[in-house]
Every structure is written in structure tokens, then in C-alpha cells.
Design a protein around this ligand. Structure first.
Ligand code: MSP
Length: 481
């Protein structure tokens, strides 16, 4: 027994912590919503690496389907040429945002296409796929069949578009046989859906109706991966896209499960929760693989209380954010503007205020003031060998309560600032040197913890503070706007 549990612990420790973002539709340039999911996932990846865990963090682009072919045609490009350009723009944005992903997967990669082909062959041979006919309302915007109850005024509320009535010969994937198992796994948190309100939402959906088998192929969409057993059909984009989460692990689609599966955290927006909690998980069950460990769902970014749209003219551009606030300023504003998980409302005015208050006047000011004062220490301040993070911070990070974790760090920063104002160390130097030394050293030690805790969120700033603590000087961290 003892031996067995030892082996288990060893194996648990060996598996890298696997984090994914959705793969983004290559039908347009990256925007703030994509940046939001990706920055959040990056924070968790960086935090895990800091604890010494090996991490695999993947992101990428979803490049097949009617919507993309439609867009390429509009731009007078062939689909491959079109998606090549978009994928490049995503990769560039991730570089600018300091995203530390290990893999950038594209569904047009040959290796991925091979996985999809092999998985479909396996599922077909196993009898999980059958030929049928599908009749339904299809929203090209979502690339999903819609139920009447999903529509508002006959339109898809996400795309304000009347779905097309489609009757088509289609290959179907069996869903119902796993419905009960899925409910049980969600209830027991084997598949942990967080925040809890989304778990409840999915459970009530799953308990409210019998799952329908899903259409797994399209006959009239040329831009996709042909079914290996009937080349007149292409693979439904969502099924194609989900398999990216296994392709990135170097899997070939037919041998044993990749060792790094299951994913520890899969980040998704609330609009794609249902497909991730049903179709994706049932695909895994068909393959005989464990379900995702945690599906972490976030809300949407609103602008001035409304959904962003070109018509409303309220789109917040991620490029402009980067130009105005820099990398860490942008990362900070994305993660501190609201409770992570809920919808978050941004306005240009509030972002500017928050940037000035928290970063330029708050953190930046504290660092420069205390470093200036530390020049008058007798004997240098030596940063300690390690820092003790507060347990509330650790708990927030474990629970992916990212905005709350940031709040804790900034509360500490404010306290340090207040302590400095109270103690007025600039009056103490040379007068009551002993007290001066104590006050400055307390604040420097605080800064060490602050820098360490900020590392996953604001990597560049954290590094600058850490260097400054060693060298005793720094350039201003943030320019006031
Ligand atoms: N291609 C699919 C995902 C396939 S994963 C196997 C897709 N792509 S998407 O580009 O439309 O959206 C990807 C992610 O961006 C989703 O998690 C979505 O929630 C997020 N966002 C898109 N707009 C958003 C906001 N305005 N705010 C926050 N996130 C939003 O769906």
C-alpha cells in the first residue's frame, strides 16, 4: 500500500500542469476579449512556474469553417492565405503582451489534421458516429446549431443574426449515453466548473433535457478537414477545434493518451461554456480519457456598460491600450477592472484613473520614494533568500480569484505607503537613524513580497522592482498620464 501511494505521488508530481486558452477564430484580428482570456491564463501559468511546477501552456487559432471561408472570400484571398495573416497577428499580439505560452497551435497544421483524421476513424470504427440527417437552425456566427429557446426575437442574441434553417445529410456523434455520467462528474467536481454559478447553470441545462446527438460533419463547407470515411463531408469546426487540446501534447490521435492529459485548467468565456462542458467532455469520454479537471469560465468585457460594437463606436482597442498603458499597464487593467469570472465594464476614463492611481501614483511612487531614501541607509539592504507569500494571496491564486489576489497585493502597497506617510522617515534620517533604518527596511521587505506576488501579473515591473532592490536604484516604473 505504502509503496503504491508513493508511486502515485511521484506520478502526480511528474505530470506538467496543463493550461489552455480557447483557440481563437481566425476570422478577424485579435481584440481585447481574446487578450483578456489569454492574459488570465498567462498569469496562472506564470504563478505555477514560480512554485517550481513544470507547466505546459497552450493557445492558438481555430482556422476552419464557413465563417472563415466567408471572410476570406470577402477579402479576395484564399482561406489559407487569409488565416496565415490572422495567425501571425495573434502571435505578434501575444509577444507584445508578454504571454509565456509553450505552444501556439493552428488547426491547419498538418499534425493537427492528422489527429482529427485518426480520432474520427477511431470513433467511427467504435460505432460512436452514424450517418443521419440533421435539421436545425444554424448560426454561422457561433458555428453552432441553436435551439428555439436560445433565440431572442428569432435571432441569435450573440450575433444579432437570423439563423439559417438547415436540413442536411450529416454524420452524427452519439451524446446521450454519457449524459448521466457527465452530470455525476460535474456534481462531484471531477469536472470542476468554476465560478460555481456556471457549474449550476450547466447542471440545470443537463438535467433539464435529453442531450441531442450532434452533427459532426458538414456537406457544403469545403474549408475543413474531410471525414476519413466519407470525403464528401468536412469535420464540424467545433470537433476539429476541441482536439487541439490533445494535439498540442504531441499526440498522434491513435496511440495511448498523452501523459500530460487531463488539462488542469481550461480557460473559456461564458459564451463557449456549454460546448466545452458537453461536446468536448463527451468526446473525451468516447475516447476513454478523463475529463478536464477545471473549466474556468470568465465573463465578458463591456465598454461603458454595453457590448462592444463598431456600430456603437465603443470598441476598446487592445493596440491603443498597449500604446497608452504599456504591457504591464494593460495586463493590470485587464485583470483588475472587475471580479474575474463576472462581466467587467471598462471605460477609457476609468482605465486612465485606475492606471494613475494604482500604478503611477501608487506603486511607482512608493518604489521611487523608498529607493531614494534607502540611499541614506547605513549598510545596504540585502534582499532575503526567499519571500513568504501571504496565505490569503496563495488561496486566491489557487482558486483563480485573480482580481482578488491583485487587490490583496495593492492593499499591501497602500499600507506601505500609509506607513511611510505616518513615519515620515525623511525626517528621521541622521536624527533618529535607528528608527529610520527600521522603517525603510520594513518597507523594502514589503516591496520584496509585493514584487514577488506581482510577478505573474506584471512580470516586467516585478523584475524591475527586484533589480532595483538589489541595485538600490530604478527609473520610474510608470509614467503618469
Ligand atoms: N474558436 C472558438 C473557440 C474554440 S476552443 C476549442 C471561439 N473563438 S472566439 O475567438 O470567438 O472566442 C474566443 C474567446 O474569446 C472566448 O473565450 C470568448 O469568451 C472570448 N471573448 C470574445 N469576446 C469577448 C469579450 N468581449 N470579453 C471577454 N471575452 C470575450 O469561440
Amino acid at each position: 500500500m505504502v509503496e503504491e501511494s508513493k508511486i502515485y505521488v511521484y506520478m502526480e508530481a511528474k505530470k506538467p500542469f496543463f493550461i489552455t486558452t480557447p483557440i481563437y477564430y481566425a476570422n478577424g484580428l485579435p481584440h481585447i476579449g481574446h487578450a483578456y482570456t489569454t492574459v488570465a491564463a498567462d498569469v496562472v501559468a506564470r504563478a505555477k512556474r514560480l512554485t517550481g511546477q513544470e507547466v505546459i501552456f497552450s493557445t492558438g487559432t481555430d482556422e476552419h469553417g464557413a465563417k472563415i471561408a466567408e471572410k476570406a472570400l470577402l477579402e479576395g484571398k484564399n482561406p489559407q492565405e487569409f488565416v496565415d495573416g490572422i495567425a501571425k497577428a495573434f502571435e505578434e499580439l501575444w509577444k507584445r503582451l508578454d504571454i509565456s505560452h509553450d505552444h501556439f497551435i493552428r488547426t491547419t497544421d498538418a499534425q493537427h489534421k492528422n489527429v482529427v483524421t485518426n480520432v474520427l476513424t477511431f470513433l467511427y470504427d467504435k460505432g460512436a458516429i452514424y450517418k443521419g440527417e440533421y435539421e436545425g437552425l444554424y448560426c454561422v456566427g457561433c458555428e453552432q446549431f441553436k435551439m428555439e429557446s436560445d433565440l431572442v426575437g428569432g435571432k441569435c442574441p450573440d450575433h444579432n443574426r437570423i439563423p439559417e434553417k438547415m436540413v442536411e445529410e450529416s454524420y452524427m456523434l452519439k451524446m446521450t449515453e454519457y449524459q448521466e455520467a457527465l452530470i455525476q462528474k460535474i456534481e462531484s467536481d471531477e469536472l470542476c466548473i468554476r465560478p460555481v454559478k456556471y457549474k449550476k447553470e450547466i447542471l440545470s441545462f443537463l438535467k433539464g433535457q435529453k442531450l441531442e446527438d450532434i452533427s459532426l460533419s458538414r456537406k457544403n463547407v469545403a474549408w475543413g478537414i474531410p471525414l476519413p470515411f466519407d470525403e464528401t463531408h468536412t469535420t464540424y469546426v467545433w470537433v476539429d477545434a476541441f482536439l487541439n487540446y490533445l494535439t498540442v501534447l504531441g499526440w498522434d490521435g491513435k496511440s495511448e493518451m498523452p501523459q500530460t492529459w487531463p488539462a488542469d485548467v481550461q480557460f473559456i468565456g461564458k459564451d463557449i461554456l456549454r460546448v466545452h462542458a458537453t461536446i468536448w467532455q463527451i468526446l473525451l469520454l468516447h475516447l476513454g480519457f478523463p475529463v478536464t479537471k477545471t473549466l474556468f469560465t470568465h465573463g465578458h468585457i463591456l465598454s461603458g456598460g454595453k457590448k462592444m460594437s463598431k456600430t456603437l463606436g465603443n470598441v476598446i482597442s487592445i493596440d491603443e491600450m498597449l500604446e497608452t498603458f504599456g504591457v504591464d499597464g494593460t495586463r493590470y487593467l485587464l485583470l483588475s477592472g472587475g471580479t474575474f469570472g463576472e462581466d467587467m465594464d471598462l471605460t477609457p476614463e476609468r482605465m486612465k484613473e485606475k492606471y494613475n492611481a494604482d500604478l503611477a501614483n501608487g506603486l511607482g511612487n512608493l518604489v521611487s520614494r523608498v529607493l531614494k531614501l534607502s540611499e541614506r541607509l547605513q549598510g545596504r539592504y540585502e534582499p532575503g533568500p526567499g519571500v513568504a507569500l501571504s496565505s490569503p494571496y496563495i488561496e486566491c491564486m489557487e482558486n483563480i480569484e485573480l482580481s482578488q489576489a491583485l487587490e490583496l497585493v495593492f492593499a499591501r502597497m497602500k499600507q506601505a505607503n500609509e506607513y511611510m506617510s505616518q513615519e515620515e522617515p525623511w525626517k528621521l534620517a541622521g536624527v533618529d537613524q535607528e528608527r529610520f533604518e527600521k522603517v525603510i527596511r520594513v518597507i523594502l521587505a514589503d516591496l520584496e513580497i509585493i514584487a514577488f506576488s506581482l510577478n505573474p501579473f506584471l512580470p516586467e515591473t516585478a523584475k524591475k522592482i527586484q533589480t532595483a532592490l538589489r541595485e538600490g536604484k530604478t527609473d520610474p516604473l510608470f509614467q503618469r498620464i
